[in-house]
Structures are given as structure tokens and as C-alpha cells.
Design a protein around this ligand. Structure first.
Ligand code: PNS
Length: 164
């Protein structure tokens, strides 16, 4: 039996953006299975709980049959190993992402040399999108169409309205 090629796509996803979704869609074509891994213990004081993030990502990826969504705690390489994944996928938007991603790749490689990181350049139409700008636009009543997937626009809007 041939071994399945499994990849993990980790992140904060607070919330998932069109840029994240583009990376997931393309990854699903490259791997037998893609596990979107939502960081649970983020120090970033997230707006959404891990459960809410998973629910939103599942809504947007329901048509991708080889994609699953889970949360994780602790080290990413340990989660990847537990899931039999040998690839970590990260999206790159701009040079500003590179320094952090470069450090993370080297650290992950040091922690587990068997796990490879694959960088994918975010789609040109999504290069300027981040979860932080989405939340800011939403807080000031701006339109988030085209920034986050249609399936979650109302959920994100309602959550931010309640927060204000
Ligand atoms: O979407 P983000 O915030 O850029 O994702 C960052 C993430 C979740 C990939 C990163 O913080 C992570 O892997 N955290 C788990 C802890 C870990 O493994 N740290 C060591 C490598 S830096």
C-alpha cells in the first residue's frame, strides 16, 4: 500500500481569510490529506475561540474532501508527527513575512529534521489581506467581502458587533 502524503497547515486563523483559503485549496491538490491546524494556546489574545475558528474553517472548506480541521496545543512538529504528516505548509505574502517564517522553519527543522516546510506564495489578489486588518475593517463597519470567505462574513460581523 502506498503511504498517504499528509500535510499540516497551521495558523491562528483569527479568522480564516481568503488568502488562507487559497492556500488550503491549492494544498489539497498537492497532498492526499491536508489538516488545517488551529493553534489553541495562542498568546495573541484571539477574538475567536478555537471551536469558533474550526466551525468557520469547516464551513469554508466543506467542498474539499481531503481537508480536515483540528486544533492543537504545544509544538507544531509534535502535532505533525502525531498525525503522520511530513510536511508543514505556510503561506508567504511579502518580504515582511519572511524573517519570522525563516526562523520558524529553522526551529522546526532543528526540533524534527524529518518534517519539511513548504512555502506557498499567496495569490496575488490576497497579498494584502491579514486577519488583523479584517477585524479592524469590520470594527469600523467596513465591507469584508473578498477579504474573508462569504460563508463567514455574517458570523464575523456579528461577533465583532457584540464585542464593541
Ligand atoms: O497564523 P500564525 O499566527 O502566523 O501561525 C503561527 C503558528 C501557529 C504556525 C506558530 O505560532 C506555531 O507553530 N506555534 C506552535 C508552537 C511551536 O511549535 N513553536 C515552535 C516553532 S516557532
Amino acid at each position: 500500500m502506498t503511504e498517504l502524503k499528509i500535510a499540516v497547515y497551521p495558523g491562528s486563523f483569527d479568522p480564516i481569510t481568503c488568502g488562507h483559503l487559497d492556500i488550503i485549496k491549492r494544498s489539497c491538490k498537492l497532498f492526499d490529506k491536508v489538516i488545517v491546524a488551529v493553534l489553541n494556546n495562542s498568546a495573541k489574545n484571539p477574538l475567536f475561540s478555537a471551536e469558533e475558528k474550526i466551525m468557520m474553517i469547516e464551513k469554508c472548506t466543506k467542498d474539499f474532501k481531503n481537508c480536515t480541521v483540528e486544533s492543537f496545543d504545544g509544538l507544531l512538529v509534535d502535532f505533525a508527527k502525531e498525525k503522520n504528516a511530513d510536511t508543514v505548509i505556510r503561506g508567504l505574502r511579502a518580504i515582511s513575512d519572511f524573517e519570522y517564517e525563516f526562523q520558524m522553519e529553522l526551529l522546526n527543522k532543528k526540533l524534527n529534521p524529518e518534517i519539511e516546510t513548504l512555502f506557498m506564495v499567496t495569490d496575488l489578489n490576497c497579498l494584502y489581506i491579514s486577519s488583523s486588518v479584517v477585524k479592524e475593517i469590520c470594527r469600523y463597519g467596513g465591507d469584508t467581502k473578498g477579504l474573508i470567505p462569504d460563508e463567514i462574513i455574517n458570523y464575523v460581523k456579528n461577533k465583532i458587533e457584540k464585542e464593541c
